[in-house]
Design a protein around this ligand. Structure first.
Ligand SMILES: Cc1cc2nc3c(=O)[nH]c(=O)nc-3n(C[C@H](O)[C@H](O)[C@H](O)COP(=O)(O)OP(=O)(O)OC[C@H]3O[C@@H](n4cnc5c(N)ncnc54)[C@H](O)[C@@H]3O)c2cc1C
Length: 388
């Protein structure tokens, strides 16, 4: 924790959120990891406590707090070691709700944002499609305007909360001939005829549900359009800065937690008559990783501070996610190794952390795509501008 970024109020919030997680969430994690579905009651409890409204306007029930409360929210969820639980919560609050908050009009905010803050409604963000995720402009889902309605056809995949959510924020092509200039964003109620979802099985993030969603002649009112027609690509790209920073913060937090656990394990474990924490080969490994995590964390905090001030930190957030998720994968790999055979056992935390960590360099923009974005900025001099 650093006093440069955190006040006493932040510390108080952290402590009360830690207590909440220990009391209300941790006792259920093993069950949710097994069932792949998080019980509804916890969404409502999180909502009652205000945790979903940290960065939302007070007018809709939010707390309108600075970004370091979000940082704490993310960090502490990583430290209970269920990437799936954390993902379900932050995908709701920082993927779906970010679009509602930024592009939603007053009616949409009243109908969807307020109950999302209170935990009565769960949201998901549907961008990725079965035929490609990295190439957002290549999406095939269409929204054809007919009078006062749009008809949606297509499919989305790998959607966090894709099965359990009450509404879906989806990207679809309103003008397929215009490539990325023909994408719009809509909010759709789950129970709209023609919407169906299938739960996918996956390596990690096992407590969260990940869905494949089909839209077959789904008729929605034109008033379900969010923001301006054909501006969706810009909105998606703009919010990627926050999403990537979220994933970077998650990565440094789980790395810190893994190292803390492992250092204690090393002190307690003996081999050849001494604590394994005395072996130089292992000490240097831990020292190197701790240094990498600390440097990444500082950069993530600095980027969060700039984003909080309203700067468009697309380059920094991209770099933060690229580097910190790689460091986190290295930490997960090495910490598992440092636990020896116990690292491989489900009774010990590294097996789950190792699985969960692997999504870091894939979701929200793969590392390859992030390098491509950075290359365009630093080599070609490309300047990404905010959409609004
Ligand atoms: C558990 C989970 C949860 C997710 N949650 C959501 C969600 O809530 N909402 C949502 O919309 N999406 C979600 N995603 C999707 C995720 O964002 C995509 O999987 C990711 O963007 C990559 O897309 P893809 O899987 O189609 O891979 P592809 O785009 O097919 O890429 C395959 C490989 O090719 C590489 N590649 C592609 N293009 C290039 C290039 N130009 N140069 C170099 N390499 C390239 C990629 O880096 C990757 O290694 C989730 C995914 C998972 C696994």
């Amino acid at each position: 924790m650093s006093s440069i970024y955190f006040t006493e109020e932040h510390d108080f919030f952290r402590k009360s959120f830690q207590d909440f997680l220990q009391k209300e969430v941790v006792p259920h994690i093993e069950t949710w990891e097994k069932t792949g579905m998080i019980d509804r009651f916890i969404w409502e409890k999180m909502g009652e406590m205000g945790y979903f409204g940290i960065n939302c306007p007070e007018a809709y029930g939010g707390l309108d707090l600075d970004l370091f409360y979000t940082v704490i929210f993310l960090e502490e969820m990583q430290k209970i070691n269920s990437g799936g639980f954390a993902a379900a919560m932050w995908a709701h609050a920082y993927l779906a709700m970010t679009h509602l908050n930024k592009e939603g009009n007053h009616e949409q905010k009243e109908k969807y944002l307020s109950p999302s803050i209170s935990g009565e409604k769960i949201g998901c963000l549907c961008i990725t499609e079965p035929f490609g995720g990295s190439d957002v402009s290549g999406m095939r889902t269409t929204a054809v305007k007919k009078g006062e309605h749009y008809i949606i056809n297509g499919s989305k995949t790998f959607i966090t909360n894709g099965v359990c959510s009450d509404y879906l924020i989806i990207a679809a092509k309103t003008n397929p001939g215009l490539g990325n200039k023909g994408i719009s964003i809509f909010v759709i109620d789950r129970d709209t005829p023609g919407v169906s979802a299938t739960k996918l099985d996956k390596l990690g993030w096992r407590a969260s549900d990940t869905g494949e969603i089909a839209f077959t002649d789904v008729e929605i009112r034109a008033s379900n359009l969010m923001g301006e027609e054909n501006k969706g690509f810009g909105y998606i790209m703009q919010h990627f800065a926050l999403e990537r920073l979220v994933m970077a913060v998650n990565a440094h937090a789980r790395s810190e937690w893994a190292l803390e656990y492992t250092i204690q394990y090393m002190k307690d474990r003996t081999a050849f008559g001494q604590s394994i924490s005395k072996f130089q080969a292992l000490r240097h490994k831990v020292a190197q990783l701790t240094a990498e995590v600390e440097v990444s964390k500082s950069f993530n905090y600095q980027t969060a501070q700039r984003l909080d001030k309203g700067e468009y930190v697309v380059k920094e957030a991209t770099m933060a996610k690229l580097i910190t998720t790689k460091v986190a994968d290295d930490v997960a790999y090495e910490c598992l190794q440092l636990l020896g055979g116990y690292g491989y056992m489900e009774d010990y935390p590294m097996a789950r952390l190792f699985r969960d960590s692997r999504l870091g360099p894939i979701g929200g923009g793969t590392s390859e795509i992030l390098r491509e974005i950075i290359a365009k900025m630093v080599i070609d001099g490309k300047d990404y501008k905010p959409a609004t």
